[in-house]
Design a protein around this ligand. Sequence first.
Ligand SMILES: [Zn+2]
Length: 204
Amino acid sequence: MHHPPTFELKAFVCPHCGVLAGQTWSNTIQCQYQYMQPNGSSHPAMYELENTATAKCSNCHAFSIWLFGRMIFPYKGNVEMANPDLPMDVMRDYNEAVDVANISAKSAAALLRLALSKLCAHLAHHKTLDENIEHLMKRGLPKELEHGLYKVRCLGSHAVAPGVIDAHDKLEVAFALFSFINTICDYFITQPKKIHESIHNLPK
Ligand SMILES: [Zn+2]
């Protein structure tokens, strides 16, 4: 379950270290400067930034900056990080989508449909995404995920081809695609790997 950074939430997945960690909130950002007097002398002075907040991660101690309840730093902090088990070429498209998601959701969605079709081809080795999904369904891909792939128009009569920019794509579509790619990777790569490692570590 992804707990994205949310304004004033006591804990969320840190945009820096990726760990679900407690956050210490402050709604004061103080700026210090040298106040110049007419006689040429100066003294230290201070002002406070309004409508801002910071959250400090209890795990890595890095902070995020918020303006009017929206995270402005790090600028890609609200995006789900890639499952580290993604194949390299899929990971490259995924991370490129992370970089552009908040600037251009349409570009991110196009990259993510491409990443998704590569991931499914990597897992099932058929020609088309439809064939690959059908294959993965037989191997246990949850029905809900297939339904989700219809909703974000990777499947079905309104499907958008991988890598193609579509005017209807919003940030929520990109967020769903990030999540679906990570879930498919978790189901078919990460979980079997974990089980294999556990078996390997059993006493002989
Ligand atoms: Zn952190």
